[in-house]
Design a protein around this ligand. Structure first.
Ligand code: HEM
Length: 162
């Protein structure tokens, strides 16, 4: 695929990105592919490893997920049975509330890429008595939110709930 794009005429000239006919430059395509690889690879594999771990510890959750999967059609009808034999459509997968809960609970207990979650204040702000000056880059303390008893109680946030 990279080879095909390298052969296509991609405009490397400076362009106005607000224009409707703006084309991505070769550098922009390459750097976005790199970001997708870096941001998407380890995060997804680590999340799947934790999901598998919790499924091994909670066979009843595995059973409920399997039931939800079995109840869904593989396709909404716009693809042939042959095409959907192995993998269901994305919009079918998106209609799985229990799967959604399960993935959310995995990522609550095992938040990934926390170091990437940073924010800077538009204006001087005070949050729970802590003064944050305008423009200061703040690393979010994801764990203290995900394990806050006031937010998740009465259930014990140290336990997997699904
Ligand atoms: C379970 C899987 C993943 C997890 C846990 C995860 C986690 C994160 C986190 C915590 C951030 C920072 C968000 C923030 O600052 O609010 C982020 C940003 C980002 N992720 Fe992921 N990610 C996952 C999968 C992916 C995949 C598959 C891709 C691309 C193929 C991707 C691409 C990106 C990009 C481009 C950003 C930067 C977004 C921005 O700054 O606007 N991520 N991700």
């Amino acid at each position: 695929m990279l080879q095909v794009m390298a052969e296509e005429p991609i405009n490397d000239e400076m362009q106005d990105s607000s224009k409707a006919n703006y084309q991505l430059t070769r550098e922009e395509i390459i750097s976005n592919i790199l970001i997708f690889m870096v941001a998407g690879y380890e995060t997804t594999s680590t999340a799947l490893a934790y999901a598998t771990y919790e499924l091994a510890r909670h066979p009843e959750v595995l059973q409920k997920l399997q039931t939800e999967i079995d109840q869904l059609p593989l396709s909404n009808g716009d693809r042939s049975d042959e095409e959907t034999k192995e993998y269901p459509d994305y919009d079918v997968v998106a209609q799985m509330p229990y799967m959604d809960m399960f993935v959310s609970e995995v990522l609550r207990m095992y938040p990934i890429a926390n170091v990437a979650v940073q924010r800077s204040a538009f204006e001087d702000t005070i949050i729970q008595g802590i003064k944050i000056e305008k423009g200061t880059l703040v690393h979010a303390d994801v764990y203290s939110v995900h394990y806050d008893r006031d937010l998740w109680g009465p259930e014990d946030p140290n336990q997997f709930h699904c």
